[in-house]
Design a protein around this ligand. Structure first.
Ligand SMILES: Nc1nc2c(ncn2[C@@H]2O[C@H](COP(=O)(O)OP(=O)(O)OP(=O)(O)O)[C@@H](O)[C@H]2O)c(=O)[nH]1
Ligand SMILES: [Mg+2]
Length: 253
């Protein structure tokens, strides 16, 4: 029987995305940040050396998405979103995606988590792809799963709904927690990745946008209604200010 290959995208702030890839692979494939500088500068693909659960896996590491309105940070925020959009298009051309991993750190659940969840899952991926939550940095917990018990009510309040979750550590100091984390996350991939690849499909406005937008620019008419609809969504669902939503919409349309 031929094995299917599943495409898994991992996103989130700099909370350990690359480390999670290495944990799943069981070897250091992806470069991990060693200081405060951002490490992953554009999406990158890693093919897992071993198949499990009857599938092979391609993991797509993405740029961290720290949102800040400081100009320099805002530029890299926009770059991260443009890169995420580019990955979706690439995967559409390659057949689609099977699972989204939202990777967060052990801190308390906050409103930023909600914004990023909505931005990626709801707006960029249009809720079409299964999503799971990975919580890292939990090695100091006696029982790592306790994080979930403490935070699940807050996640519910923020309306962050995921098919499954994994409370883990990616560091190997405590061998049994590390092994446990690896087993948990591999099982998660196996159980949560969709059987069929999902295509994100045409972006808001799709092909027709090109022509309409060019004419719009030529005639200096009002902006494309699809761009305006997206700006509205970004303001309404992600709480962005008007000028921020305009810039973001132009990067992800
Ligand atoms: N203690 C602890 N440290 C971790 C864990 N996971 C990641 N780290 C550390 O957190 C830092 C960031 O990890 P990365 O894997 O580079 O995070 P990232 O999300 O890929 O970061 P960017 O690519 O910059 O967005 C590194 O110093 C890691 O060693 C964990 O479970 N526990
Ligand atoms: Mg990284």
């Amino acid at each position: 029987m031929t094995e299917v290959t599943k495409n898994i995208v991992i996103f989130g702030e700099g909370a350990g995305k690359s480390s999670v890839i290495n944990l799943i692979a069981g070897k250091p494939l992806a470069k991990v940040s060693s200081d405060l500088t951002r490490c992953t500068l554009a999406w990158k693909e890693y093919s897992l050396p071993e198949a499990f659960g009857g599938s092979r896996y391609n993991l797509f590491d993405t740029m961290g998405i720290e949102n800040s309105e400081l100009e320099l940070d805002f530029k890299s925020y926009l770059a991260a979103l443009a890169d995420a959009r580019n990955l979706i298009k690439t995967l559409d051309d390659r057949g689609g995606i099977h699972l989204l991993l939202y990777c967060i750190g052990k801190g308390r659940a906050t409103a930023t988590l909600q914004v990023n969840y909505r931005l990626f899952y709801e707006i960029l991926y249009e809720r079409k792809v299964p999503i799971v939550l990975i919580i890292t940095h939990l090695e100091a917990e006696r029982v790592m799963e306790d994080w979930w018990e403490r935070n699940r009510a807050t996640l519910d309040e923020y309306d962050i709904r995921v098919a499954r979750h994994a409370c883990i550590t990616t560091v190997g100091d405590d061998r049994s927690k590390y092994d446990n984390s690896q087993r948990t996350i591999r099982r998660l991939l196996q159980d949560s990745a969709s059987n069929e690849p999902v295509k994100r499909g045409t972006f808001v406005g799709g092909r027709s946008r090109g022509l309409a937008a060019s004419f719009g620019r030529l005639l200096r008419t009002r902006p494309d209604p699809n761009v305006r609809a997206l700006q509205y969504k970004l303001r309404d669902r992600c709480g962005m200010k008007k000028n921020v939503a305009q810039k973001v919409a132009n990067r992800i349309i």
